[in-house]
Design a protein around this ligand. Structure first.
Ligand code: GLV
Ligand code: MN
Ligand code: MN
Length: 437
């Protein structure tokens, strides 16, 4: 099965677009709070700098630009009165990040805008509105400001504001330095009282399409450059505290010890044991700190994080209940106390059938003909589409991620796959415009 190509752009134009994406990923990687690694968190000076760069690149394409009330950078092109097909991803990063997670998707979206404005047959603006073929919608590219939740623990802050699901309960979340989200807003020059202005109405949007590296090895193992995403895993994040008693490391016999580190360590192992016994559930303890943190003092308190993902919300919640029972048992046996605070919760989001079809059609048009359908995989990683599902249809295109390495400086994607991805995304936009799927 093949899809006819709707895009009138020569392969060398697409290859040049992919080279530009790769070069800009490098340029954005240099905007970092850390000297020797990539670190760009929400409402930081680096966030402001990449927004300015993205806005420049958007204006270069003739887009109208603005930074919204939650710090997302937006560019829009096309009929001002028409609803928009939103394209995008995020520019924030984890700590010691790679160059492509989120970033490639934003830059690919900009190249799609550039390709769709290629003059037809040399007569310039043949479709009358700057598009290669007439599109029944405007296009907006959004560089979301906080997908990772690196700074405040709660992920998807930028896209939650756009989806109109911002919660006032988040204002008092604090970063590692004790700075509240409210204060960080003010310091960035945003007004907390106006965050609602970032929200979009369903009738303003025809859908959201995002290209992203897979962040796992499935496509690499299958030798496939691109895939349609069927759904995005549901996620919950918790901050946990285990309390014991800090005492002398030499003088305290074992029968008197209430070592919080040992209890928390058992808890981390229980996360692995319980999650790995389930289908498509993963749990990760990514942060683990003992207090007072002295070599000769039994740890009196441990704080750690838990990130829990599952294909379905129900399974994920059942696993959390099982973990909580296990923690009760472990801490009871060790005379410790534990408590948890949920800092993030996002339901699984299923990609809209129409957008899955246009992404599949885009992949078919971008790659050599094949008799079977392109791969369809579910995303184990979180994405801005998880929030946007509350306000519009969501579709995603995955790019092969060599060895599945992501959230790490070795994260990579090839320029060839980016070229295929740009073409597939552009074709998907055109297919959505014609609904010829
Ligand atoms: C973001 O990349 C996440 O899945 O945590
Ligand atoms: Mn990420
Ligand atoms: Mn991402």
């Amino acid at each position: 099965m093949t899809s006819a190509s709707l895009l009138r752009a020569a392969p060398d134009v697409i290859a040049a677009a992919a080279r530009r994406v790769m070069a800009r990923c490098e340029e954005l990687a240099r905007v970092s709070a850390a000297a020797a690694s990539i670190e760009r968190v929400y409402l930081s000076p680096e966030h402001a700098r990449v927004n300015r760069l993205a806005a420049e690149w958007m204006r270069e394409l003739g887009m109208r630009t603005w930074q919204d009330a939650a710090g997302n950078q937006v560019g829009r092109i096309g009929d001002p009165a028409a609803p928009a097909l939103m394209l995008g991803s995020h520019l924030d990063t984890v700590l010691d990040a790679g160059r492509y997670d989120g970033i490639a998707g934003v830059l690919m979206a900009l190249e799609v805008v550039r390709l769709l404005r290629v003059p037809v047959g040399g007569d310039g603006d043949a479709a009358g509105d700057g598009w290669t073929v007439p599109l029944p919608f405007a296009i907006e590219v959004v560089a979301f400001s906080d997908e990772e939740g690196t700074r405040f623990g709660k992920a998807l802050l930028g896209s939650s504001a756009v989806a109109g699901t911002w919660s006032d309960a988040w204002w008092e979340l604090t970063d590692a330095d004790g700075v509240s989200l409210r204060r960080a807003f003010l310091e960035f020059g945003l007004d907390p009282a106006r965050v609602g202005e970032a929200a979009r109405r369903p009738d303003e949007l025809v859908g959201y399409l995002e290209a992203h590296i897979e962040q796992g090895p499935e496509l690499d193992r299958a030798g496939e450059p691109l895939a349609v995403v069927s759904s995005i895993a549901s996620a919950r994040r918790f901050q946990l505290v285990v309390e014991g008693e800090a005492r002398h490391a030499g003088g305290t016999p074992y029968d008197m010890r209430r070592d919080a580190l040992l209890g928390a360590s058992e808890a981390a192992l229980a996360v692995e044991r319980i999650c790995s016994a389930e289908h498509h559930i993963v749990g990760t303890v990514g942060r683990f700190e003992a207090f007072p943190g002295a070599v000769n003092v039994i740890p009196g308190e441990v704080q750690f994080s838990l990130d829990l993902r599952g294909e379905f919300d129900g399974e994920r919640d059942r696993v959390w209940d099982a973990l909580a029972r296990e923690l009760d048992e472990i801490m009871g046996r060790r005379a410790l106390r534990w408590r948890s605070r949920e800092v993030h919760s996002a339901p699984a989001v299923f990609c809209a059938p129409l957008l899955q079809d246009v992404v599949a059609g885009g992949i078919r048009a971008a790659l050599p003909p094949r008799s079977d359908a392109p791969p369809v995989i579910f995303s184990r990683a979180g994405h801005d589409g998880m929030s946007l599902g509350a306000v519009t249809d969501v579709g995603m295109l995955f790019l092969r991620n060599p060895d599945g390495v992501s959230h790490h400086p070795d994260e990579s994607v090839s320029a060839g796959d980016v070229a295929h991805g740009i073409r597939a995304l552009a074709e998907a936009v055109l297919l959505r415009g014609t609904e010829r799927v």
